[in-house]
Design a protein around this ligand. Structure first.
Ligand code: CU
Length: 136
């Protein structure tokens, strides 16, 4: 009985530490990109047949959280999920009046038309996770 309790508390501790490392790792990644002044411009952007495709990874939020993109060209935001089970699956683009439930694994395109200069925001359905695209 005593041993069983010890094993259970070790397992719970391992899960908590693992979860913390997962989240801290993600935080550091996005901070690093911002600190380097790169703002990830282009890393997640593909220009294809005159269209700008912006990749956003969806899992426990939206990554990268900030993208610098080009204004004035037809733009598609491509959301990529991979065993995503959190509320970031419910994505909202308030300025477009778009709300979409993404598949748990897959790729979903949302056409936002020709981008205009300025900041563009997206959030999860509850407004708890967000991302930003700066078009200029
Ligand atoms: Cu949420």
């Amino acid at each position: 009985m005593e041993n069983k309790n010890i094993i259970i508390s070790i397992l719970i501790t391992a899960m908590l530490v693992g979860g913390a490392i997962f989240f801290v790792g993600r935080e550091n990644n996005s901070d690093m990109n911002v600190n380097q002044g790169v703002l990830i411009s282009g890393d997640n952007i593909l220009i294809e047949n005159g269209r700008q495709i912006i990749d956003i990874d969806v899992k426990g939020g939206y990554w990268p959280r900030k993208t610098v993109a080009k204004a004035g060209i037809p733009t598609i935001i491509r959301f990529k999920t991979s065993s995503t089970f959190d509320c970031s699956l419910s994505v909202r683009l308030p300025s477009e009046g778009i709300r979409k439930i993404l598949p748990q694994t897959g790729s979903s395109d949302i056409d936002i038309g020709t981008s205009t200069a300025g900041q563009f925001f997206g959030t999860c359905g509850m407004g708890m996770y967000s991302f930003e695209i700066d078009f200029n």
